[in-house]
Design a protein around this ligand. Structure first.
Ligand code: AP5
Length: 246
């Protein structure tokens, strides 16, 4: 209902764009930025459920390509297994293709893209070309201990992509998805050594985007060390009122 109402408000407002109208944000065109395991995917799934917006995860797209054994998947697998970034030219081509074929008018969360300055510049250009206005970039701040604990205990449904944590959100039946009964698996890159490399790669290659988006005035910082519910309440508060806590 909320998603429908928001779509209506977007239609009526045409290009006037008052940002927060009647408790509803008109454009929900979001980027989630943050280290691995900071909870980006978990929060994106909640926004998709409640606001009906698209969840575009470059990690999920790559894992699907790897599982299908496509040429892209074959190129990406080695980088992913080592905790390294897949080269920019591959990623930019992949995301351009995805965005150009998606219906973005319902809003979206870009989860895991951009991760480098060339990727950020490429997405700026694409947004311009597609007349898409970025609403906000949510930065998920989480400490190394929290990240490690979350990732070594993460399990993912092979069928529907639902996320579990063996301590904080375990499945009802061991190894089986609560929603679809699919098999739960541990990602190849969720081994401690690879997680530590991914954190280092984030610090060296992605963290500079924090200043990039801060300078554009679109950065919203979140304390992502808190529970899923607390972080989600904060995101919702920002989307509905323009202010938040952490
Ligand atoms: P990607 O899949 O994007 O991985 P990531 O960014 O490392 O992020 P994660 O999916 O690990 O974590 P998350 O922040 O989404 O946390 P989640 O919600 O799952 O990328 C994988 C690889 O693909 C990269 O290493 C790279 O090789 C390649 N790649 C992707 N995009 C690329 C790009 N643009 N350029 C180049 N290469 C690219 O939560 C983690 C766990 O914690 C779950 O178990 C969850 O249940 C639990 N949890 C979540 N939030 C909380 C909370 N608040 N409290 C308690 N538990 C929580």
């Amino acid at each position: 209902m909320k998603a429908l109402l928001r779509k209506l408000v977007v239609k009526i407002s045409l290009d006037s764009k008052p940002f927060f109208m009647g408790g509803l944000t008109l454009d929900l065109n979001l980027i989630f930025l943050g280290p691995p395991g900071s909870g980006k995917g978990s929060q994106a799934l909640l926004l998709k459920r409640d606001y009906g917006i698209l969840h575009i995860s470059t990690g999920d797209m790559l894992r699907e390509a790897v599982a299908k054994g496509t040429p892209l998947g074959k190129k990406a697998k080695d980088y992913m297994d080592r905790g390294l970034l897949v080269p920019d030219d591959i990623m930019i081509e992949m995301i351009e293709e995805k965005l150009l074929q998606s219906s973005l008018s319902v809003g979206f969360v870009l989860d895991g893209f951009p991760r480098t300055l060339p990727q950020a510049e490429a997405i700026d250009n694409l947004f311009k070309k597609m007349n898409v206005k970025l609403t906000a970039v949510f930065l998920f701040n989480a400490s190394k201990d929290v990240i490690l604990d979350r990732l070594v205990n993460r399990r993912v449904c092979r069928n529907c992509g639902a996320l579990y944590h063996l301590k904080y959100s375990p499945p009802k039946v061991n190894g089986k998805c609560d929603f679809c009964g699919g098999e739960l698996y541990q990602r190849d890159d969720d081994k401690e050594e690879t997680i530590l490399r991914r954190i280092k790669v984030y610090e060296e290659q992605t963290a500079s985007l924090i200043d990039y988006y801060r300078a554009k005035g679109v950065l919203v910082e979140l304390d992502a060390n808190r529970s899923v519910d607390e972080v989600y309440m904060d995101i919702k508060r920002w989307l509905e009122t323009g202010s938040h806590v952490g």
